[in-house]
Write a protein that binds this ligand. Structure first.
Ligand code: GDP
Length: 139
């Protein structure tokens, strides 16, 4: 059985475009509860650490530059089957392939600047939530 928490970021492209409120509204209307939330402007080292799993990929440097380019919103969300349910709500990585009505279809502009992050498994949701929030904030 899947856990009931996931981790998300509203990425710098969407924050800069003034879409944070619309995206949070979309998330809440789809039954997710916000358990922790903060505005974060990552530096390069923090962005490299967050995406370290992708460090060998050709897009890594561009991704780090993008993710450290401005403020983002980090949040822990709660709902039954949170990880899968949230991945469905955000849509495919490339907005060109994202289903109608998904957050990425509505707000992403490219495969890199794709508006939101969503954890891909319970274990990564836990790790990513712990990256931004201490025990007191996420308990
Ligand atoms: P996600 O789980 O859907 O976010 O996708 P991944 O874990 O595969 O990739 C992490 C992030 O890297 C994506 O959300 C994009 O911002 C970026 N990314 C993934 N694939 C590509 C790519 O082929 N090119 C570029 N420029 N960025 C990518």
């Amino acid at each position: 059985m899947q856990g009931n928490r996931t981790f998300t970021m509203i990425k710098p492209d969407a924050v800069k475009a003034g879409k944070s409120g619309l995206i949070l509204d979309h998330i809440i209307k789809n039954g997710f509860e916000i358990r922790a939330m903060r505005l974060v402007h990552m530096n390069r080292r923090q962005a490299e650490a967050f995406y370290s799993i992708h460090k060998e990929r050709p897009f890594f440097d561009g991704l780090v530059t993008f993710m450290s380019s401005g403020p983002a919103i980090a949040a822990i969300l709660e709902k039954e089957n949170a990880v899968d349910s949230y991945r469905e709500l955000i849509g495919a990585t490339n907005p060109a392939n994202a289903a109608e009505g998904t957050i990425r279809k509505l707000y992403a502009t490219s495969i890199q600047e794709n508006a939101v992050h969503g954890s891909d498994a319970d274990e990564t949701a836990e790790q990513e939530g712990s990256f931004f929030f201490n025990y007191f904030e996420r308990v």
